[in-house]
Structure formats: structure tokens, C-alpha cells
Design a protein around this ligand. Structure first.
Ligand SMILES: [Zn+2]
Length: 164
């Protein structure tokens, strides 16, 4: 009987070990130079799907491209960047309107991070009831977070006339 109880306990403990998800919710990897990729996950059609974002580490602070898709990872991303680089995120640029790019815009705005996007992305965010950036990027917008100016390229030829 004692062996049986121990065996059951052992099997249950193994089930517990194997049943736990060990996949991290946030991954950061070096891309090239001062660019890093961050990955978060969210459920889409019943599966956990990864979404990659990017950030640029400059001497003055970090430029974040897009926001985590996983809404539990907005602050952990900021904390990870702070501990890894000892830098704050200054700016967040959303590259399109989906939740995998825009979910954290409001949260980051509340943290004092300036959020930007194009007119097209902002229009589609508004139409699709997604979070919106605080500022618009114009054709002549240049970001000066570090020694190298950052000039976004805006593909305006694809802007549907109906949303202008
Ligand atoms: Zn998307």
C-alpha cells in the first residue's frame, strides 16, 4: 500500500511538472547593432501565436516599435529593457493597427512614453476600435533619440481615399 501511495504521488508530481507551461511569455533577442527583437504570444484561432516587435537602444533611451500582443507583458517589457540596458523607453511607434502592434499604446501613454503612428494606421485603429497613438508621423517626421536620426518611410500610395 505504501508503495502504491508513493507511486501515485510520484505520478501526480510528474503530471504537475509536465503539465506546467514553461514557455516564457516574453523573449528578447539581439537582432543587429543596437536593434533587438521582442516576442510575445496571444491566442488566435485556438493556438498560441508569436508576434515579434523590435526596439532600438540609443544612448538617450529606447525607441520601441509596436507593443506586446500579450496584454500582461506591457510592463515586463519595460522592466526587461530597464534591467538589460539601464534605459527608459522614450517613444513607441506603431507600425499597423492590429492588436499585435497597438494593444499597449494606451498603457505606454500612461507611463509617459510618446506614441506615434501614421495617419493610415491611426484611421484604421479608429475604425476597428483599437488603441490609438498620441501623435501622428508626417512625411517629414524625424526622430532624434540617438546620434543617428530615424526617419520613418510612409507608404502613402496605399491610403484608401475613403479614410482621408
Ligand atoms: Zn498584425
Amino acid at each position: 500500500m505504501r508503495v502504491f501511495i508513493l507511486t501515485v504521488t510520484f505520478i501526480l508530481s510528474m503530471t504537475n511538472i509536465f503539465g506546467q507551461s514553461t514557455a516564457p511569455k516574453l523573449k528578447i533577442s539581439h537582432l543587429t547593432g543596437d536593434f533587438f527583437i521582442y516576442t510575445t504570444y496571444s491566442a488566435y484561432e485556438g493556438e498560441q501565436i508569436p508576434a515579434n516587435g523590435m526596439y532600438l537602444n540609443t544612448e538617450n533611451g529606447v525607441v520601441l516599435f509596436d507593443t506586446p500582443w500579450d496584454t500582461t507583458q506591457f510592463q515586463p517589457l519595460l522592466d526587461s529593457i530597464q534591467s538589460r540596458h539601464n534605459k527608459k523607453v522614450l517613444v513607441c511607434i506603431a507600425t499597423h493597427w492590429h492588436g499585435d502592434r497597438t494593444a499597449g499604446l494606451e498603457y505606454y501613454r500612461q507611463q509617459g512614453i510618446k506614441s506615434y503612428t501614421t495617419l493610415l494606421t491611426d484611421s484604421l485603429s479608429r475604425i476597428n476600435d483599437k488603441k490609438r497613438a498620441e501623435y501622428l508621423i508626417h512625411q517629414d517626421t524625424v526622430f532624434h533619440a540617438g546620434p543617428t536620426p530615424l526617419k520613418p518611410i510612409i507608404p502613402d500610395r496605399d491610403i484608401p481615399k475613403t479614410i482621408l
